[in-house]
Design a binder for this molecule. Structure first.
Ligand code: NDP
Length: 252
């Protein structure tokens, strides 16, 4: 049987190669934290990178557009601006996310809805908009930023965990629907990463989490960025969930 042709993107087999073709990358929620590290990692390799956030604030050296992922019209305008600046989006990193933690009995419907609307429906809106051009190009990479708690569960985070678990079903459905058109959709599932989101946790809570992580420490934003780049560079990994959690979820 002849060996199957490699599905690794020829343009990125050697990211340091001068022959490598830069890609148009869009990172939602890319003005700080994990999203910013991901955006900087792509930019460092020479890709054309745009970041979005509600404020539209531009980190140094990156192209930025304001977009609220809960608003389709605002997203559409942002995608159009990015396309005009750097060409159709070839790599989408759906990273924007929020938490509104509360125990189930005390959680309001508004807080449940807001988290689902941003984390899950927001990612779906971005994927729907991005795949329009990806289908035309017969090529595209989508990476959804989920969380270890999507599959592990977490008390006080029923809204957040449900939204992050939903991203797995979303990615796998996109993978099945569009895999034949050269589009992959994968998930990274970070554990506890040093960002604003985790810095605000009480010290006792942080210590408790650390004691349950085999690595014994929180991760760095760059650990997540490396995982996102791996998924963006490999055309034969599709519908996968890649944990970046120091072993907390044991690979689930
Ligand atoms: P931050 O709170 O630092 O960043 C969140 C980003 O999302 C910001 O850029 C924010 O921009 C953007 N955002 C929030 N709401 C919206 C919206 N409605 N429309 C557009 N952008 C929005 O979070 P992290 O960097 O820590 O997390 C990034 C992702 O990683 C999130 O999806 C989070 O759930 C996930 N994650 C984080 C972990 C961690 O330990 N930190 C662990 C597991 C997963 P702005 O507010 O300016 O709009």
């Amino acid at each position: 049987m002849p060996a199957a042709e490699s599905q690794t993107d020829p343009a990125v087999t050697d990211p340091s190669s001068p022959a490598r073709t830069p890609r148009s990358v869009l990172v939602t929620g890319g003005n700080r934290g994990i999203g910013l590290a991901v955006a900087r990692a792509f930019a460092a390799r020479g890709d054309r990178v745009a970041v979005t956030s509600r404020s539209g604030e531009a980190p140094e050296g990156l192209f930025a557009v304001a977009a609220d992922v809960t608003d389709s019209a605002s997203l559409d305008a942002a995608f159009s601006a990015v396309e005009a600046e750097q060409g159709p989006v070839e790599v989408l990193v759906a990273n924007a996310g929020i938490t509104k933690d509360q125990l189930l009995m005390r959680m309001s419907e508004d807080d449940f809805d807001a988290v689902i609307d941003t984390n899950l429906a927001g990612a779906w809106r971005c994927a729907r908009r991005a795949t329009k051009n990806m289908m035309r190009a017969k090529h595209g990479r989508i990476v959804f930023v989920s969380s270890v708690v999507g599959l592990y569960g977490s008390p006080g985070q029923s809204n957040y965990a449900a939204s992050k678990a939903g991203l797995v079903g979303l990615a796998r459905s996109v993978a099945r629907e569009l895999g034949g058109r050269g589009i992959t959709a994968n998930v990274v599932a970070p554990g506890f990463i040093e960002t604003e989101m985790t810095r605000v946790l009480p010290e006792a809570t942080q210590a408790d989490y650390r004691s349950r992580i085999p690595a014994g420490s929180f991760g760095a934003v760059e650990d997540v960025a490396r995982a996102v780049l791996f998924l963006a560079d490999n055309g034969y990994v599709n519908g996968a969930v890649l944990p970046v959690d120091g072993g907390l979820g044991m690979g689930h």
